[in-house]
Design a protein around this ligand. Structure first.
Ligand code: MG
Length: 379
């Protein structure tokens, strides 16, 4: 190693330690100047249309294509990849245009390196309020970079055991009874199914599934039942059909009604639309048994990690879900999955042109790859 290479390596190691903050004995001012010696973070974004294998219908709309935005950062010769995906009918206020605008204008060059993710994500909160999917793209890319820099998968950084991943459901969208039966048969390898209900044909859909399988079912009404009395009647029927869990029976505005419902049913009720970020959880604990965390609602893995531990402290169960998204966002969520009770991480399985490979689901079990960072590579 020549002197120049030695100095460059020394600077890189110092910056790494300074940014990690745990092990460095350098004074703060020296840490900052060493970290600044590395060029700022470069970034680029691009849009991509994920094609759905089947038209996707839930209580509030349908689609055949889901446009996602990929966001890539580069620092110190290492790249990190992130993704922003949106819910059906832009339920949370972001659109592909707002995400595109946010990510195309984002300049991270003032930040020394991705280890400063705490400052970077706080900066994103200030300049992109109410845009958690755009923030998630940045958060995932930063964490992917950190894992690659340290040469370890993220689950190891968090002290998790990859053998403890839960089963993931495969989701059957709303459809005709014939198509529901076909989709159920296509999902043969999944031991648990999630079924979208919340329209007038709930009984027809569940009945069609029960003609071809007796597997446990989890049901998601997506706020589709408009009164607590209707919801109670539907849930009582669903309990008799082998349904083990229910998501978001009523609109988010009906918190007291959901608490009323919870007193009268046997199966656990999970919040999805009612919970986006950490600060939402406290007010939900009387109405819901658990929360469904999605990276695109909360803004990424840093916030999701805090939400998981907070829900645990409040005695609530934790599920992780997803939007229609590629293996990038799914793999980031999968890295956290040893911490959760239930997973619904099938967004990438529902599409036919995923440009990445990473976390997989085998016989329903989530398999986290050993590659560093979020663990994905281009297909
Ligand atoms: Mg849901």
């Amino acid at each position: 190693m020549n002197r120049r290479d030695f100095l460059q390596n020394s600077l890189a190691v110092s910056a790494l330690l300074a940014a990690g903050q745990c092990f460095s004995t350098l004074p703060a001012s020296a840490q900052e100047s060493k970290a600044a010696a590395i060029a700022g973070i470069k970034s680029r974004y691009w849009q991509y249309d994920l094609q759905l294998k089947h038209t996707w219908t839930i209580a509030r709309g349908s689609r055949d294509v889901a446009t996602v935005n990929f966001f890539e950062i580069e620092s110190d010769g290492i790249k990190g990849i992130g993704e922003a995906a949106l819910s059906t009918s832009a339920r949370y206020g972001e659109t592909k245009e707002t995400v595109q605008q946010a990510l195309s204008r984002l300049d991270l060059s003032a930040f020394g390196d991705p280890f400063q993710y705490g400052d970077i994500l706080a900066h994103i909160d200030r300049i992109l309020p109410g845009q958690p999917a755009a923030k998630a793209a940045v958060d995932i890319a930063l964490h992917d970079w950190i894992g690659k820099k340290l040469q370890v998968p993220l689950y190891k950084i968090w002290g998790l055991n990859k053998e403890k991943t839960p089963l993931s459901t495969f989701t059957i969208g709303i459809d005709t009874p014939e198509m529901v039966m076909r989709k159920t048969e296509e999902a043969a390898e999944f031991p648990v199914l999630k079924v979208k209900v919340g329209r007038d044909n709930d009984q027809e859909i569940i009945g069609a599934i029960r003609k071809v399988t007796s597997k446990p079912l989890r049901v998601d009404a997506n706020e589709g039942w408009k009164s607590k009395e209707v919801a109670l009647e539907r849930i009582k029927w669903l309990q008799d059909q082998g349904v083990e869990l229910l998501e978001q029976p009523l609109p988010t505005s009906q918190l007291a009604e959901t608490a009323w419902l919870r007193e009268r049913v046997e199966i656990p009720i999970f919040a999805d639309e009612s919970v986006r970020k950490l600060s939402d959880i406290g007010k939900l604990k009387d109405a819901f048994d658990g929360i469904n965390i999605k990276l695109m609602k909360c803004g990424g893995v840093a916030e999701a990690l805090k939400m998981i531990y907070t829900a645990r402290a409040l005695g609530m169960k934790v599920m992780m879900g997803c939007m229609i998204e590629s293996s990038v966002a799914i793999s980031a969520a999968a890295q956290l999955s040893p911490l959760i009770d239930y997973a619904d991480l099938d967004g990438n399985i529902l599409v036919s042109n995923d440009p990445y490979v990473g976390a997989r689901v085998v016989q329903g079990k989530i398999i986290i790859p050993d590659a560093p960072g979020i663990g994905v590579k281009e297909r």
